[in-house]
Design a protein around this ligand. Structure first.
Ligand code: HEC
Length: 116
């Protein structure tokens, strides 16, 4: 295990942040904003990590999402984005069919976790 030169970590973190934003833009931004209060077709994802599913007061969720009874953490988000119907059967996040690349999911979740 070699320690990396001190200039590198910051640079690679920035790059990671960019690619997380890009992956989010590609897969999610048609329907979701990360700005607080900015609901589109989907609810805004501001502070989604740690938020109770279906809990924004000003968004019309499906009853499946409202009654999901779960709190979004990284692990649940990962499973939900991979296959929404498996985590919240009957949800209305359509026609999103799931994101099969675990690499992209990881990047997107890291990006979302920073929107606090
Ligand atoms: C085609 C539009 C669309 C796309 C694309 C989409 N979503 Fe959604 N999303 C929705 C809708 C609509 C809901 C509300 C679902 C419900 O009420 O059942 C939702 C709900 C969610 C929720 C639950 C929010 C809450 O407040 O409980 C999360 C988390 C989420 N989406 C994440 C994502 C992520 C991450 C992506 C990209 C990988 C994505 N979505 C792509 C439309 C979309």
């Amino acid at each position: 295990m070699l320690s990396s030169p001190s200039a590198l970590p910051q640079a690679s973190q920035d790059k990671e942040a960019d690619s997380g934003q890009q992956a989010f833009n590609n897969a999610c931004r048609t329907c979701h904003m990360v700005r607080e209060g900015d609901n589109r077709l989907g609810p805004n994802l501001h502070k989604i990590v740690g938020r109770k599913a279906g809990s924004l007061p000003n968004y019309a969720y499906s009853s499946a999402m409202k009654e999901a009874g779960l709190v979004w953490d990284e692990e649940k988000l990962d499973r939900f984005i991979a296959n929404p119907d498996q985590v919240v059967p009957g949800n209305s996040m359509k026609p999103f069919g799931g994101l099969s690349s675990s690499d992209d999911r990881k990047k997107i979740i890291a990006f979302l976790a920073r929107q606090q």
